[in-house]
Write a protein that binds this ligand. Structure first.
Ligand code: GLU
Length: 313
C-alpha cells in the first residue's frame, strides 16, 4: 500500500535579490537556511527576488546561481522568479482592496520627509503621517497604494532574536503595497511567494527583522499562515556598515569556496575545526550537517567578521 504523502513539515528558502553578486553576508544567510532545512529533513527552495526589475539584472542572477552551485548548495524544485509572479501579486492586492483597507496615496517622498512631526519609521524611512488615508486631496492623483495598519499590534518569537513586538502605526505606519513606479512592494511579494511555496520557516538576515511585523500583518489580512522566523546577525564592516557594493563588500572568492564556507561557519559560531579549511566542499557540508546548532548563532543584530579584513578583489 502506498504511504499517504504529506507536505513536508519543514520548507525553507533563500531569496536573494540579484542587484549584485553573492557576497559574504548572503552566503551566511543561504548557509543558515539550507542547514536548518537539512537538519530538519526539510526542503529548501530558491527564489530570485527580481521584482524591482530596474535594480536587478539577469547577469547578477546567473552569477548568484553559479556561485551557489560552486558553494555546494542544492535546492528543491525550480527557481521561482518574482518577475514572473506579478499576476499573483495583483490578485493579492485586489483581495486587500476589496477589504477596504488599501488606499491610494499621492504623497511624494519629499512631502513625507517634510512631515517631520511624525518622526521616522523603525527602518529609518519617514513614518507615514496618514495624509491620504481618508481620501485624496482635491486635484491629487494616486501615486502609490498603501495598506492601513490601524491599531495592529504584532508579536512573534524569533528563533534567534527572541520576542519581538511591534505597534505597526508607531513603527512603520500605513505601508506601500504598490509603489509609485508601479512595482509591487517587497513586503507584498515576499508574503505572497512564501505562502505560494508553502514556506514554513524563514531564515534570513536581521536587517529584515523590522519587516517581519508588516509581513505577519499582511498574512493575517490575506488569511495566510505565518511561518516561523529566524533572523541571523548581518555581517558589518568595522564601521558598522552592512556589507554591500557601496561599502566595498568583496564578491565571494569562488576559487576558494572551502575557505569562505568555513569562515561563514565561524561567523555563525559553529566552531569549525582549523583543519576543515583543507577539506572539500562536500566534506565541509557533511561536517556542518552533523554539528549545526542554530542555538549557537549569536543573538545580535550585527556582527563584524575579522576574517573578512582582506583587500578588495
Ligand atoms: N531579497 C531579500 C534580500 O536579498 C531577502 C528577502 C527575504 O529573505 O525575505 O535581502
Amino acid at each position: 500500500m502506498l504511504a499517504p504523502t504529506f507536505p513536508p513539515a519543514y520548507r525553507g528558502r533563500f531569496a536573494p535579490s540579484p542587484t549584485g553578486p553573492l557576497h559574504f553576508g548572503s552566503l551566511v544567510a543561504a548557509l543558515t537556511s539550507a542547514l536548518e532545512a537539512r537538519v530538519n529533513q526539510g526542503q529548501w527552495h530558491l527564489r530570485m527576488e527580481d521584482v524591482d526589475a530596474p535594480r536587478c539584472s539577469q547577469t547578477n542572477a546567473d552569477e548568484i546561481l553559479r556561485a551557489l552551485e560552486i558553494f555546494g548548495f542544492e535546492w528543491d524544485g525550480a527557481v521561482v522568479w518574482q518577475s514572473q509572479r506579478t499576476a499573483a501579486y495583483a490578485v493579492a492586492l485586489e483581495q486587500l482592496c476589496r477589504s477596504g483597507d488599501v488606499f491610494p496615496c499621492s504623497c511624494t517622498r519629499r512631502e513625507l520627509a517634510d512631515a517631520e512631526i511624525h518622526g521616522l519609521a523603525i527602518d529609518g524611512a519617514s513614518l507615514y503621517p496618514g495624509t491620504c488615508r481618508n481620501g485624496l486631496a482635491q486635484g491629487k492623483s494616486a501615486r502609490a497604494w498603501r495598506l492601513a495598519v490601524g491599531d495592529a499590534q504584532i508579536s512573534f518569537t524569533d528563533a534567534v532574536q527572541g520576542r519581538i513586538e511591534s505597534a505597526l502605526c508607531e513603527d512603520v505606519g500605513d505601508f506601500v503595497l504598490l509603489r509609485a513606479d508601479n512595482i509591487f512592494a517587497y513586503q507584498l511579494a515576499v508574503v505572497v511567494d512564501d505562502a505560494a511555496t508553502g514556506i514554513t520557516h524563514v531564515v534570513r538576515g536581521a536587517d529584515l527583522l523590522h519587516s517581519t511585523a508588516r509581513q505577519i500583518f499582511l498574512q493575517k489580512c490575506l488569511g495566510l499562515t505565518t511561518p516561523s522566523y529566524a533572523h541571523i546577525p548581518i555581517v558589518v564592516n568595522a564601521a558598522g556598515e552592512k556589507l554591500s557594493k557601496q561599502t566595498g563588500a568583496t564578491a565571494l572568492d569562488t576559487r576558494n569556496p572551502e575557505a569562505e564556507l568555513v569562515t561563514a561557519l565561524q561567523f555563525l559560531a559553529q566552531s569549525p575545526p582549523a583543519g576543515l579549511r583543507r577539506a572539500s566542499v562536500a566534506e565541509i557540508w557533511q561536517w556542518a550537517c552533523v554539528h549545526w546548532a542554530l542555538a549557537s548563532v549569536p543573538r545580535v543584530m550585527t556582527q563584524t567578521c575579522n576574517a573578512l579584513d582582506r583587500p578588495n578583489k
